[in-house]
Design a protein. Structure first.
Ligand SMILES: Nc1nc2c(c(=O)[nH]1)N[C@H]1C(S)=C(S)[C@@H](COP(=O)(O)O)O[C@H]1N2
Ligand SMILES: [Mo]
Length: 332
């Protein structure tokens, strides 16, 4: 982000363009067949069994299945991105600044035991072991677009529950106006913590009403499995109407505060990355336009036809009213 001088696409190869098929869709088709009673017929051939083995476990991680969400806007019907793209082309600066680095380096991240501390202006602060946090509410599947500030996007089936479920349980005090997410910064397992790329730990934040919005997802899994390390295991936030960097990975503290928290990218370059960071095609990044995006998996590499970026990443009907009266050009 900060250290690149040109827009996404000029610096990186595009692994998606050589990935032949959509593993996740394959698995869903298989599950539909099974639900329809075709299991016997399907499983009678070795080829089908192989397909099942491949597609039922896209990353061969522990299963984490969620019921399809009924939250408005939570289930886009756009084509889901390839699991391989979603797990090998991403940003997790603690493990390096290249899109291929997190998948290469995040194997060192230790996700058990893991504790998330809920603190600050709440009536019921506490420490949650990750297993208890996973069980706190029913897991849902949400299919969200993810729009990176660098100009690429994907569509990912996440598994988790609305952050609001946790917030209601801990009972924020009246003066709690913001929620701050503090993520792990462990120099022993994260090779770039200690580099000066960012001010560690990576911190993000939301206004209370944004944090309470049902689309804000406390996320434990994707593609029917637990999160791979490089995607923010064991718990991250996903805020679909904001640029990707608002969705903090590998959270260790959720803090309720009165003042707007200082956030990692805002501290690094305040003129480029504001606190709100709502996807807004009408506000250019100081070094490039945000009017269009490259959907990873569309094919065509660097010369792929770009799509028009939608206001609030397409979630305007659900979240637009949160910002009524706020100047979105100033509050970018
Ligand atoms: N802790 C931490 N969280 C982070 C980042 C990071 O570097 N460190 N990168 C952000 C950015 S820029 C993006 S686009 C998304 C990427 O999420 P994904 O890997 O699941 O696609 O994670 C966000 N969360
Ligand atoms: Mo990003």
């Amino acid at each position: 982000m900060l250290i690149k001088n040109r827009q996404d696409g000029f610096n990186h190869p595009v692994p998606s363009d050589i990935t032949p098929r959509d593993v996740y869709e394959g698995r869903r088709d298989m599950l539909k067949l099974l639900a329809g009673g075709a299991a016997g017929a399907v499983l009678s051939s070795w080829a089908a069994r192989d397909a099942m083995a491949q597609t039922a476990a896209p990353g061969k991680l522990a299963a984490l299945v969620g019921a399809k969400s009924s939250v408005a806007g939570a289930m886009t019907t756009e084509k889901v991105s390839d699991y391989k793209d979603a797990t090998t082309y991403n940003n997790y600066y603690e493990f390096g600044t290249d899109k291929a680095d997190p998948a290469k380096n995040a194997g060192t991240l230790k996700t058990r035991p893991w504790t998330v501390e809920v603190e600050g202006l709440v009536k019921k602060p506490g420490k949650y072991g990750i297993e208890d946090l996973i069980k706190l509410s029913a897991q849902e599947e949400r299919i969200y677009r993810l729009r990176c500030v660098e100009g690429w996007s994907m569509v990912i089936p996440w598994v988790g529950y609305s952050l609001a479920e946790l917030i209601k349980k801990v009972e924020p005090q009246g003066n709690a106006k913001f929620v701050e997410f503090v993520t792990l910064a462990d120099p022993k397992t994260m090779p770039f913590v200690g580099s000066r790329v960012l001010d560690w730990p990576y911190v993000e934040g939301l206004r209370m009403d944004e944090a309470m919005h049902p689309l804000t997802l406390l996320t434990f899994g994707m593609y029917g499995e637990v999160l791979p390390n490089q995607n923010g295991a064991p718990v991250r936030i996903v805020v679909p109407w904001k640029y990707g960097f608002k969705s903090a990975k590998s959270i260790v503290k959720i803090r309720f505060v009165e003042k707007e928290p200082g956030t990692a990218w805002n501290k690094a370059a305040a003129n480029e990355y504001g606190f709100y960071s709502n996807v807004n095609p009408n506000v250019d990044h100081p070094r490039w336009s945000q009017a269009t995006e490259r959907r990873i998996g569309d094919g065509g590499g660097l010369f792929a036809k770009r799509r028009k970026t939608e206001m609030f990443n397409g979630y305007e009907a659900q979240v637009g009213q949160l910002y009524a009266g706020l100047d979105l050009k100033k509050n970018y």
